[in-house]
Design a protein around this ligand. Structure first.
Ligand code: COA
Length: 161
């Protein structure tokens, strides 16, 4: 399946709400929360769209003023589109977007029983830092994980002494 990545627009609210319904059993965003995320200045929403213009994945980054840490606030792929590399591609693009905004660290929380997501995060270089008891609505704990975002810079010869 061909898919492209693009920024989210206010008009994507319904599509994201339906995607969340397909992806999460509980702890989902309301339409109002999604609409807010899509219009927030300090958020980046990246959508994966199929060639039939169906939203098949998305991730949201949140940024805070005066902070070099970005937070991965939401991240999911449509069950029908999983296992084909889209999650990894989307996560890489979100990481790149955080770097472009000057972030030096990416932080996230993941359900302690979510082996697939944790495996992906680990293989992408995230490290589990903190155990958060009773973090989700159903009482499940979370791991807080983070990744240092290296700034790729070309050495400027004039700055070498
Ligand atoms: C986590 C999620 C985004 C991964 O999406 P995806 O498109 O299937 O991811 P990919 O196809 O890129 O696979 C990522 C890795 O997970 C592995 N993987 C995917 N599905 C798997 C499964 N069911 N069992 C074991 N490994 C699996 C892949 O082999 C791949 O391994 P790699 O890192 O060595 O390449 C998706 O499963 C999802 O949306 N889950 C529900 C929502 C969720 O948990 N979001 C994260 C909240 S913190």
């Amino acid at each position: 399946m061909l898919r492209t990545l693009r920024s989210g627009l206010p008009a994507d609210c319904d599509a994201l709400y339906q995607l969340e319904e397909r992806c999460f059993d509980d702890d989902r965003f309301s339409r109002r929360q999604i609409a807010h995320l899509l219009t927030r200045a300090n958020a980046v929403n990246l959508l994966a769209v199929s060639d039939e213009q169906r939203v098949v994945g998305y991730g949201t980054l949140l940024f805070r003023r005066n902070s070099v840490t970005a937070r991965l606030y939401s991240f999911c792929v449509d069950p029908a589109a999983r296992g084909s590399g889209l999650g990894r591609e989307l996560l890489q693009a979100l990481e790149d977007a955080a770097r472009e905004r000057g972030s030096q660290r990416l932080l996230l929380e993941v359900r302690a029983d979510n082996r697939v997501a944790m495996g992906l995060y680990r293989r992408m270089g995230f490290i589990a830092r903190r155990w958060l008891d009773d973090y989700y609505a159903d009482g499940c704990a979370a791991w807080q994980m983070d990744k240092r975002l290296e700034v790729s810079e070309t050495l400027d010869a004039s700055s070498i002494e």
